[in-house]
Design a protein around this ligand. Structure first.
Ligand code: MG
Length: 159
C-alpha cells in the first residue's frame, strides 16, 4: 500500500552563513540560519518521508536544543528517515520537492542536489524530483528574507 507524506520548511536568510540546499553548498552572499546546516530542502523532504509513515516530525526527532545537531549536515536527518522506513519494511517509491528562492539561481545546482538527496535515501536520482521557482518578488521570500521548501514522498508499506 502506497502512503504519501507532505513536508514544509522555511529558514531565514542571514549574512555569515553558508547556503546549503539539497546537500550542495551554493555560492551566495547570504546563507540559511538554523541549528543544523539549515538545509531547508532536506528538512522538507525528511518531514515528507516521516509523515508518509506516521512518524513524529523532524523537529521532535532532532530538537534544536540538542547540541548533537549543531551545524550537523542535514543528510543525517534524511538517512534517519530512510532507516525508520526500512525498519518498517517500507520502500521509498519517490520524493518530489519545490524550492522557493528569489536568489540565487538554483537551476544550475538541481542535478547535483538530486544526486545528494538520492544518495542519502539509497535511491537512484531518477526517483528524486527537485524544482525551484522565485516568489515573483512577493512576500518574505521575494524580499530575500528566507527560503521555503515543500516536499511530498510516496512510501510503499507492507500493511
Ligand atoms: Mg528546518
Amino acid at each position: 500500500m502506497v502512503h504519501v507524506g507532505l513536508g514544509y520548511d522555511v529558514h531565514p536568510l542571514v549574512e555569515g552563513r553558508k547556503l546549503v540546499l539539497g546537500g550542495v553548498e551554493i555560492p551566495h552572499s547570504l546563507g540559511l540560519e538554523g541549528h543544523s546546516d539549515a538545509d531547508v530542502l532536506m528538512h522538507a523532504i525528511t518531514d515528507a518521508l516521516l509523515g508518509a509513515v506516521g512518524e513524529v516530525d523532524i523537529g521532535h526527532l532532532f530538537p534544536n536544543t540538542d547540541p548533537t545537531w549543531k551545524n550537523a549536515p542535514s543528510r543525517i536527518f534524511l538517512e534517519e528517515a530512510a532507516r525508520r522506513i526500512a525498519a518498517r519494511g517500507g520502500r521509498i517509491v519517490n520524493v518530489d520537492a519545490s524550492l522557493a528562492a528569489e536568489r540565487p539561481k538554483i537551476f544550475p545546482h538541481l542535478a547535483a542536489m538530486k544526486v545528494k538527496v538520492a544518495e542519502a535515501l539509497g535511491l537512484p536520482p531518477t526517483k528524486v524530483g527537485i524544482k525551484a521557482t522565485t516568489n515573483e518578488r512577493l512576500g518574505f521570500i521575494g524580499r530575500e528574507e528566507g527560503i521555503a521548501a515543500w516536499a511530498v514522498a510516496a512510501v510503499d508499506l507492507p500493511e
